[in-house]
Design a binder for this molecule. Structure first.
Ligand code: GLN
Length: 491
């Protein structure tokens, strides 16, 4: 029999329904794995008692013939950016280290109502700012993958949802929540060899998620299969009157077309994504992706997204601007840490100086600078205008194609310590994921194969707004053609 920790959501659900094992047994197997793999540092807070209590409830419901839905009894990791009632929520920051919210985020609340079993709060970059999970106050996360050929150096899991990605790849959690502002679900999914999906902006409620950049933040599923991502998104998404940017639409059945293939579909390959100095292995995996889709009956055409090169620079104006405003609330008065001073101003200063890490401070400084009176028009307003042009590129492209194929990240997982001293090198990780974020589009990373060094590489698909059904359809075809079955050694 397959180990309990190897099951997908779909498989586990079927076995639970058939009474092959209980939700408690499933939870226990994952709690054991969580303990065994503590060296990954994938969790900031483990919640095993909560997991067992959730599992017992799930078992009771099933015995009564009242399973809550497809996630009932499924053990998951919750990125520690989702407020969870009575469970500490840190956002990976010292400033929120002592913060236990009295309320539950809409998305985590929906997953709970759907019966999922929470194993713990997953580690992340501080306030979700980063691409390597090295900015967390609670220490870096290790990628469970090591390179082939005896190179045993520890690698980063990507970021910011690095704990979530590592937990799913290491078979500690069947699935995990992530959030994605510029790539934080998709890039770690690529680095850890799993599926990571960012829905259309507005598909999932942001209510109760610690805010980074409000016009970009989206929650999404991180799983080992495309089918699981569709199942999990179904349980997370939907209109929420508490978030005015959440879309007031009825949810489609995200799994509706998973088996329909890509025959007759038109897939665009944007020529501007062929960036200078792109490693040959990235180019190669991208070409494979296109060939696989073509072999299954899709028509692959070259498209142009001329404003692509401005996406990253404008993201790094808009995201810090919004972050500087969102993070103003951490003042030592309302949440978390307080470091006393002689007067109120000094208390603010001491609290923020001690509570925020270097990357967060850098973003607050950039953000306040680009929003300041003399520079607002030159930077922030200009970036907003460029953002509109980026969206227009996509709108025009989608008049021709159903989905767009690109690599997810410009490299495989790098060694811990690399790129650490050069923020610009780190920011370049998001070059392929940020444009879809700027345009609010749904996108997914699917494992495509292994790099020359034996590390996973993701392929990235982007679809029209609110067309997640087509996105999952194409992604399932890509997943099948790629036939990725590799797993990290020892997990
Ligand atoms: N790595 C990007 C950043 O540092 C994206 C982070 C995210 O999507 N939360 O901003």
């Amino acid at each position: 029999m397959t180990a309990l920790t190897d099951l997908t959501i779909a498989q586990a659900r079927e076995a639970l329904d058939a009474g092959e094992f209980s939700a408690r047994e499933l939870a226990e197997a994952h709690i054991k794995a969580m303990e065994q793999h503590r060296t990954l540092n994938a969790f900031i807070t483990e919640t095993p008692e909560r997991a067992l209590a959730d599992a017992d409830e799930a078992d009771k419901r099933r015995q009564a013939g009242q399973a809550a839905g497809p996630m009932d009894g499924i053990p998951i990791a919750m990125k520690d950016l989702f407020c969870t009632a009575d469970v500490r929520t840190t956002a990976g920051s010292h400033i929120l280290e002592p913060f236990t919210p009295p309320y539950e985020s809409t998305v985590s609340g929906r997953l709970k109502a759907g019966g999922s079993v929470m194993l713990g709060k997953a580690n992340l970059d501080e306030f979700a700012m980063g691409s390597a999970n090295i900015t967390s106050y609670f220490g870096p996360v290790t990628n469970p993958w090591v390179a082939s050929g005896g190179d045993n150096r520890r690698r980063v899991p990507g970021g910011s949802s690095g704990g979530s990605a590592a937990a799913v790849a290491a078979r500690v959690a069947i699935a995990a929540t992530g959030t994605d502002t510029g790539g934080s679900i998709r890039q770690p999914a690529s680095f850890c060899g799993i599926v990571g999906m960012k829905p259309t902006y507005g598909r999932c409620s942001r209510w109760g998620i610690v805010a980074f950049a409000s016009s970009l933040d989206q929650a999404g599923p991180m799983t080992r299969t495309v089918q699981d991502a569709a199942i999990m998104l179904q349980a997370m998404a939907g209109h929420d009157p508490k978030d005015s940017t959440s879309a007031p639409y009825q949810l489609p059945d995200f799994s509706a077309k998973l088996r329909e293939g890509v025959k007759g579909m038109k897939i665009g390959v944007p020529k501007e994504y062929r960036i200078d100095g792109m490693p040959a292995e990235i180019e190669r995996i991208w070409q494979h992706g296109a060939e696989w889709l073509r072999a299954q009956g899709a028509e692959v055409v070259e498209i142009s997204l001329p404003h692509t090169k401005y996406a990253l620079p404008t993201y790094y104006i808009i995201a810090p601007a919004e972050a500087s405003s969102n993070l103003a609330r951490y003042d030592g008065v309302r949440y978390g840490l307080r470091v006393p001073g002689h007067d109120l101003t000094e208390m603010y200063e001491n609290t923020r100086a001690e509570g925020f890490g270097a990357e967060v401070k850098r973003r607050v400084m950039i953000g306040t600078y680009v929003l300041s009176a003399g520079y607002y028009d030159a930077y922030y307003l200009k970036a907003q205008k460029v953002r509109t042009l980026i969206l227009r590129d996509f709108t025009q492209a989608f008049e021709q194609v159903d989905a767009i194929l690109t690599p997810t990240a410009p490299s495989a997982a790098f060694v811990v310590g690399e790129k650490q001293d050069d923020p610009v090198q780190m920011y370049l990780n998001d070059v392929f994921t940020v444009p879809a974020s700027m345009a609010g589009l749904p996108a997914i990373s699917v494992p495509g194969g292994l790099s020359d060094g034996g590390l996973p590489l993701g392929l990235h698909l982007i679809a029209k707004p609110f067309d997640e059904v087509t996105l999952f359809q194409a992604a399932a075809a890509l997943e099948e053609a790629a036939g990725f079955t590799a797993r990290p050694a020892g997990f």
